[in-house]
Design a protein around this ligand. Structure first.
Ligand SMILES: Nc1ncnc2c1ncn2[C@@H]1O[C@H](COP(=O)(O)OP(=O)(O)OP(=O)(O)O)[C@@H](O)[C@H]1O
Length: 733
């Protein structure tokens, strides 16, 4: 600030001395240090002079004089002095500043020195002012009340105010503060001065160059122009080359990307080739394995057939032996007088119990919390399914640990009632794998309903003894995909057609069905084994279709009419129905994954469902006592028509699974069971054969077909002669 202040004073001094030109010229030629000294001296003198004037109380007058005589200097003059000062300050600014005595500027009583340049756009003003006035916009200044010198410089675009303390400094802090302010002001003045010079332009030369200098200057200028031109050219070339460089870099990147893509493609192809070759090797391996597997399967099939045949043979022999044994034991144990009342009781019991009974058996396993079982006669099952509780009451519920013996004991009265001419049908119904075949057939060591029923019948007949021994005939068919096949045919099983009997007879007609007269239990077991073998062989060839087909065994027990009265013709139908699982489940559980097998499963499931639906429709029509019962809707219901006709007795054993995941199927089976239990077939009726000597009339009991084996039957078995079929019985049994 001191320097700027000095500049201003110097300008005034120079102007007032009216020797500006000379001074300016001298300043141009003088050494900068000399100029600095001179300016410093002049300024010192000025300050001293001002101080004296203050002391003399002439401050006001001087201020007025200065303001009044504020000289209108020419622009050139002002700029010349300013440039001179700046050249000094810029060149030796540091030394100049250091040479300043801060005491000089901090002396109190600095004059108010107004100064203004003649330009409207540029105004420099120096004035003394009070601390109070100043401190307001400058809150960072702290201290006692002091006077300051304010220097304000204003242009069109900016306005600058500098403050200088005019009071003396007594301690080092004030001095530092003062110096900081001064330093800041100096910086700002310098920047302002630069602005001024820029604004006034380069036209304000400090001095006129000499001719040599001018010459040199011209030459330098021309060189400068040349250099600038060549620089421009080089810059343009550089720009072009930079552009080319960019393009080349872009092309390089593209090439790199392309190369990477090609490399990865090559690698992928290589890997693909490897995988394909591995796949080809695996395929060859699979083909070899398949071939080996086929051979193995053939061996297994042959072995299984032989094994099963032998097993069944042995089983039949064991059963026969057991039957013989128990029959003779029973014959020894039971007194003769108790036999007749027992048989009469069985028929009466059947009539009292009703002609359709529904029993339920749970497969072994612990029922989860979805099933609540209350076993026993009139037992209930409660199923929690889809957030609802469903209650089912049945004639009897067998718990999972019920034995084959217990189940058969419940059915025995119905079985034995056949001997008195009743028509009885026992069928097992339920989801696949719930134990239908187990209950109906059972393993050799623990036989099921069928072997026990036959044994019981023959035992009963043995007890009965005498000339009125019933004649027993047996037939066995299978329904697979709505095709009826004869399982007891001596040749390969043939497809049979079920025909309606004559109008009003209620019978059916199965031309070509083979039926055999069996004289004893052993012969009967032989026949049943033959039928099972035929079914098992077909099942192996037809991919385990045994669980997807219905099997029907029909036994007819005809007592010869006594000399004066009718005989009886009872029928026992034992039906093992196919699994009732849903179609989608049947297809989804097919594990082979082959389209052909899946298609076959789908067809099997659809036909099973159709036939079971038809059975449900028959039951619904019977329950509603509709005049028309749709027996003709499936081969199953056609064949069961005599067993479900008026006066017949039916027992349905519903097999259910206790597993929580099967609860849906369980509920379906129980719903079906509930519907069946509401069916009424009318009072159970005995079928009687006409007394001996009465001519056979087709209208009496339907038209039987001839079951004539082409080859002689097994020992003890003879092909059946043409016989009239009893009403409600399956012909030709
Ligand atoms: N009460 C039971 N005690 C012991 N094992 C049983 C019982 N019930 C079923 N099983 C066993 O469960 C398995 C399936 O039984 P089974 O073949 O009789 O079912 P299914 O209902 O006839 O099936 P499908 O409908 O496929 O013919 C067999 O291994 C059988 O031994």
């Amino acid at each position: 600030m001191y320097a700027f202040y000095s500049l201003l004073v110097y300008i005034f001094y120079t102007l007032f001395r009216r020797d500006g030109e000379g001074a300016a010229a001298a300043a141009h030629t003088e050494d900068p240090s000399q100029v600095r000294d001179r300016v410093g001296r002049r300024m010192d003198g000025m300050v001293r002079e001002d101080s004296e004037k203050d002391r003399d109380g002439k401050q006001e007058a001087t201020a007025e004089g200065a303001a009044g005589s504020s000289p209108e200097v020419s622009l050139e003059e002002a700029i010349t002095h300013l440039a001179e000062f700046l050249s000094l300050q810029l060149g030796t600014g540091e030394g100049w500043t250091r040479s300043l005595d801060p005491d000089k500027v901090s002396k109190p009583g600095s004059s108010l020195i107004p100064f203004s340049l003649p330009l409207d756009s540029y105004n420099v003003r120096v004035e003394k002012t009070s601390f109070k006035e100043l401190v307001q916009p400058l809150p960072f200044i702290q201290g006692e009340t002091e006077d300051f010198t304010r220097v304000s410089i204003r242009t069109d675009t900016r306005s600058q105010v500098f403050l200088i303390s005019n009071l003396g400094v007594t301690d080092s802090e004030k001095r530092i503060q003062h110096l900081t302010l001064e330093n800041e002001a100096l910086k700002q003045s310098l920047s302002l001065t630069r602005d001024l010079l820029l604004q006034w332009g380069p036209g304000t030369l400090v001095r006129t160059p000499s001719p040599e200098e001018a010459e040199v200057l011209v030459e330098l200028r021309s060189r400068l122009r040349e250099t600038e031109e060549s620089t421009e050219t080089l810059r343009a070339q550089l720009g072009v080359q930079e552009g080319q460089l960019w393009e080349l870099q872009g092309a390089l990147q593209e090439l790199q990307l392309e190369a990477a893509a090609q490399e990865s493609e090559r690698r992928n192809k290589r890997e693909l080739r490897q995988i394909l070759s591995q796949l080809a090797g695996l395929q060859g391996h699979i083909v070899a394995l398949r071939r080996g597997c086929g051979d193995l399967r053939g061996l297994v099939i042959a072995f299984t057939q032989n094994y099963q045949g032998a097993l069944k043979e042995a089983q039949g022999q064991v059963c026969w032996a057991l039957g013989e044994l128990s029959g003779s034991q029973w014959g020894r144990r039971v007194p003769e007088k108790r036999k007749k009342p027992r048989r009469a009781y069985q028929g009466r019991l059947l009539e009292l119990r009703g002609n359709i009974r529904v029993l339920c058996r749970l497969k072994p396993g612990s029922p989860g919390n979805l099933l609540n079982v209350n076993p026993g006669p009139g037992g209930t099952i409660t199923a929690n399914y889809r957030g609802r509780q469903r209650h089912f009451r049945l004639d009897r519920v067998f718990p999972p640990d019920a034995t084959q013996e217990e189940v058969f004991r419940e059915l025995e009265p119905a079985v034995l009632s056949c001997l008195q001419g009743y028509s009885v049908c026992i069928f097992t119904y339920g989801q696949t794998g719930t134990g239908k075949t187990y209950s109906m057939e059972g393993p050799p060591e623990d036989p099921g309903i069928a072997p026990r029923a036959l044994q019981s019948l023959f035992r009963e007949m043995g007890e009965q003894g005498g000339p009125a021994q019933p004649r027993v005939t047996v037939s066995m068919v299978e329904i697979y995909n709505e095709a009826v096949r004869d399982l007891l045919a001596s040749g390969p099983p043939e497809r049979l057609t079920v025909r309606q009997g004559p109008e009003g007879c209620g019978g059916i007609h199965v031309p070509g069905l083979t039926c055999w007269d069996v004289s004893d239990l052993r012969a009967l077991h032989k026949m049943l084994n033959l039928g099972r073998r035929n079914r098992a062989t077909a099942a192996t060839h037809m991919n385990e279709h045994s669980s997807r087909s219905h099997a029907l065994v029909t036994l007819t027990l005809t007592t010869a009419p006594p000399p004066h009265g009718p005989g009886t013709a009872g029928t026992l139908h034992l039906v093992d129905l196919a699994g009732s699982e849903r179609v989608w489940k049947a297809v989804m559980t097919e594990s082979s994954g082959r389209a052909g097998v899946r298609g076959r499963r789908l067809r099997e499931a659809q036909t099973i469902n159709r036939s079971l639906l038809a059975l449900g429709g028959v039951m619904a029509a019977l329950r509603a006592r509709q005049p028309h019962v749709p027996f003709r809707d499936s081969q199953l219901t056609r064949l069961l028509q005599p067993a479900l006709g008026p006066g017949a007795t039916a027992v349905m054993l519903v097999q259910i699974s206790p597993r929580p995941e099967d609860v849906g199927e369980t509920v379906c089976s129980l719903k079906f069971a509930e519907r069946v239990s509401q069916v009424e077939l009318g009072p159970a009726r005995r079928h009687k054969t006409p007394p001996s000597g009465t001519p056979t009339s087709p209208s009496a009991g339907g038209t039987p077909s001839l079951g004539t084996p082409t080859t002689p039957g097994p020992e003890g078995i003879s092909p059946q002669a043409e016989q009239p079929s009893p009403s409600g019985g399956l012909p030709p049994v």
